[in-house]
Design a protein around this ligand. Structure first.
Ligand code: SAM
Length: 200
């Protein structure tokens, strides 16, 4: 990727600005359905959704359902990259109970604060939330059975590096389940437009 340091700074400050607003309220911030409507459209299923309060479900801004590719089982360790307000993290924490643990990681400190608030509302004790970047995970090697991510990889500038980080923190034989948006067609050829495509 031929991005300069300045391009990367522009992209990361646009992401931080956007998610600072989303942490207050996701309403009107996305072109796709969010909150309970989004979760229903992504077929999360009532057995899962009934476990979380309405006000927590309202903070979901994912684009798909990474857990539809396979659910973690009790005792497993799961990492949710770009966890936002932590809806998938908290859903997964119910699936791995009682001994399993789920870590949610996000770039935006405001989204992490919202995730911790959601955790307190749910009374979940086997989840933790960390502020950090997918490109440099603040986590040790080989500790997770499953890495999930929902709507975050499209925002990461150095996807190759982020994927290398995923494989570093996964145990041997661990799984990666990503739900994301894909660009159909060629990316903008003009450099300025390519950078701007992150925040327009
Ligand atoms: C569309 S939101 C999805 C949030 C959450 N996964 C959900 O389903 O509600 C994308 C999230 O990715 C986070 N993000 C973007 N770039 C990131 C990066 N490089 N490292 C970690 N998180 C990142 C954003 O802060 C945002 O919370």
């Amino acid at each position: 990727m031929d991005f300069t340091r300045e391009d990367k700074q522009k992209i990361s400050s646009s992401i931080r600005e956007k998610y600072q607003k989303v942490a207050q309220s996701p309403e009107g911030q996305f072109r796709y359905p969010t909150g309970r409507e989004g979760l229903d459209k992504q077929a999360y299923g009532l057995d899962i959704l009934d476990k979380l309060p309405t006000e927590v479900l309202a903070t979901f801004v994912g684009v798909g359902n990474p857990l539809s590719l396979g659910r973690p089982v009790p005792g497993e360790k799961v990492l949710d990259i770009g966890c936002g307000a932590g809806v998938d993290t908290l859903i997964a924490s119910h699936m791995v109970m009682p001994e399993g643990e789920v870590t949610g990681l996000d770039y935006s400190s405001e989204m992490i604060a919202r995730a911790k608030q959601n955790q307190a509302i749910c009374g979940v004790t086997n989840a933790k939330f960390l502020q950090g970047s997918a490109e440099e995970l603040p986590l040790g090697d080989g500790q997770f059975d499953l890495v999930i991510s929902n709507g975050a990889f499209n925002l990461i500038v150095d996807k190759e590096h982020a994927l290398a980080e995923v494989f570093r923190v996964l145990k041997t034989g661990g799984r990666l389940q990503i739900a994301d948006q894909m660009l159909v067609g060629a990316p903008p050829s003009d450099h300025k437009a390519k950078v701007a495509s992150w925040f327009t």
